[in-house]
Ligand binder design. Structure first.
Ligand code: FES
Length: 170
């Protein structure tokens, strides 16, 4: 008897078939050279929003680079994410204009409220916190962007308000 077992990425629930087809798309753009690793990782992350472990294993085979090296590169560069982002992504500006108007305190409050640090995702994948060098809206400093909504002239006391707004739209 033939059984068809569906394999999923345990972190995200992504089906193996989906990962296979998406990575095949990425690989079609490259020759598999070792020097192509970074752009392959970038394109793969564009497909999934992060780097699923099964995809990194396929990249290892495609490039003939050991899996441990692939994981090492992916963890070394801040641009790569090894876990899926939360449903709500809270981006706090760390630029100078925002910093001098209390951006660091706002970030700290968001981290305290969610129990995670910048660059992390809550275990239930509800929230991720990211920091941005400058949103280009310095006149509105300090700035926080939640999903696509911009909150300008932020202050610490409004952090709860924006987290509540996330719940309402979830
Ligand atoms: S420094 Fe924060 S928007 Fe420019």
């Amino acid at each position: 008897m033939v059984t068809t077992e569906t394999v999923q990425d345990p972190q995200s629930g992504l089906q193996e078939e989906y990962i296979e087809s998406q990575t095949a798309d990425v690989f079609s753009l490259f020759k598999g050279g070792k020097d192509e690793l970074i752009p392959i990782l970038q394109k793969t992350q564009q497909k999934f929003g992060y780097l699923p472990e099964p995809a990194m294993k396929k990249i290892a085979k495609f490039t003939h680079i050991p899996e441990s090296t692939i994981f090492g590169v992916a963890t070394f560069y801040a641009q790569f994410k090894l876990v899926p982002l939360g449903r709500n992504v809270i981006k706090v500006c760390r630029g100078t204009a925002c910093y001098v108007r209390g951006g660091a305190e706002i970030l700290q409050k968001v981290e305290e409220r969610l129990g995670i640090k910048a660059g992390e995702t809550t275990p239930d994948f509800e929230y991720s916190i990211e920091t941005i060098a400058c949103f280009g809206s310095c006149a509105l400093a300090p700035v926080v962007v939640v999903n696509d909504k911009v909150y300008g002239k932020m202050n610490v006391s409004r952090v709860d308000e924006i987290l509540e707004a996330c719940k309402e739209t979830s």
